[in-house]
Design a protein around this ligand. Structure first.
Ligand code: NAD
Ligand code: UFG
Length: 338
């Protein structure tokens, strides 16, 4: 039996493929490569010494989904495929709703036709909006999202919850990621953003490698210890391992489970700059800029539910996150482009 990994060539997907293959799972990837490169999968194979069955195609395309479910014995699906750029989603809401929502509904429809009713879904801390409490537990109410990307995650959670309620043969595990950073220890796979990065860590590593001049710090007047935004950064390999734990939870007949995946520690933007500088002995010049619209002051989670119910805890600390992010960037200054 195999695991279907949609979006498996992407940042979190490629790291999850490594962990799945190392745990002995067979892996089938469906990815349209709209935000990734097939090279990531070649490197996954190189790192694990195992094969990935790759289908280049779209989750909106029923024909390719039918082909996969006919040819492969799919037991569960880990569903990463989706568009994720917050700013772009404001400019292109139709594209985001169509890709993320219609795409997921199509996938789920084909899954049930083939009686495959196990899905692990990539959700996000963004669904909490401006959180009602810190640290954020899963019971914390969902909030107002500030962009269409966030709404797709919030709506998809509700859709999957309703589908599971109506048919309890489904096992739905919703994983709410906090801020994934870092890369595989080998430095062979990592985050490969298109153009100028929107997210903090890839911006920092591109300053470090000399592609960008200085980091803009978006606001230093938040109600936080140093005035800059506080987030729960989690090593992408820890996050990937959370998916392996979630598959094991499905084996125990999970039905519906929702877990925060974070470390439970908050670091400010300036903490990240300082930790990166110390871990890698590189200076990161920065300038304070205006707040970025839609940002909140503080966001970190209580990850104890994932520990108690799945036996999952994040093992890597901020130093390793900074070292591994830099190893990937310095070994691959242009990402997967030679
Ligand atoms: P990514 O862009 O690196 O990976 C997503 C992959 O999905 C890409 O390889 C892309 O080519 C593919 N894809 C997109 N639309 C597709 C479609 N219609 N059909 C087939 N493939 C398609 O992003 P990531 O950081 O690895 O994120 C993975 C998932 O986790 C996404 O759903 C994202 O929204 C979610 N998530 C990410 C973060 C984060 O900060 N990285 C935080 C919370 C949630
Ligand atoms: N920041 C800067 N300068 C930058 C980039 C970011 O100061 O150039 C700051 C932000 O203002 C924020 C912090 O760094 O305080 C983290 O910002 P990111 O853009 O890296 O991450 P966000 O917390 O804004 O959002 C990310 C993903 C969302 C996801 C969320 C929670 O982009 O999709 O984590 O998982 F929903």
């Amino acid at each position: 039996m195999s695991i279907l990994v949609t979006g498996g060539a992407g940042y979190i997907g490629s790291h999850t493929c490594v962990e799945l293959l190392n745990e002995g799972y067979d892996v089938v990837v469906l990815d349209n490569l709209s935000n990734s490169s097939e090279k990531s999968l070649e490197r996954v194979e190189e790192l694990t010494g195992k094969k990935v069955t790759f289908y280049k195609g779209d989750i909106l395309d029923r024909d390719i989904l039918n082909e996969i479910f006919q040819k492969e014995k799919i037991e569960s699906c880990i569903h990463f495929a989706g568009l994720k750029a917050v700013g772009e989603s404001v400019a292109k809401p139709w594209e985001y709703y169509n890709n993320n929502i219609t795409g997921t509904l199509t996938l789920v429809d084909v899954m049930r036709q083939y009686n495959c009713k196990n899905i692990i879904f990539s959700s996000s801390a963004t669904i909490y909006g401006d959180p009602a409490q810190i640290p954020i537990t899963e019971e914390c109410p969902k909030g107002q999202c500030t962009n269409p990307y966030g709404w797709t995650k919030s709506m998809l959670e509700q859709m999957l919850i309703d589908i599971q309620k109506a048919d309890n043969e489904w096992n739905v595990i919703i994983l709410r990621y906090f801020n994934p950073i870092g890369a595989h220890k080998s430095g062979r796979i990592g985050e490969n953003p298109n153009g100028i990065p929107n997210n903090l860590m890839p911006y920092v590593t591109q300053v470090a490698v000399g592609k960008l001049e200085s980091l803009g710090v978006f606001g230093n007047d938040y109600d936080t210890p140093d005035g800059t935004g506080v987030r729960d950064y989690i090593h992408v390999v820890d996050l990937a391992r959370g998916h392996v734990k979630a598959l094991k939870k499905i084996d125990e007949n999970a039905e519906l489970c929702i877990y925060n995946l974070g470390t439970g520690h908050g670091y400010s933007v300036l903490d990240i700059v300082k930790n990166f500088e110390e871990a890698n002995n590189i200076k990161i010049p920065y300038v304070i800029k205006n707040r970025r619209p839609g940002d909140i002051a503080t966001c970190y989670c209580d990850p104890s539910k994932a520990k108690n119910e799945m036996g999952w805890v994040a093992e890597y600390g901020i130093k390793e996150m900074c070292e591994d992010a830099w190893r990937w960037q310095s070994n691959n200054p242009n990402g997967y482009d030679e």
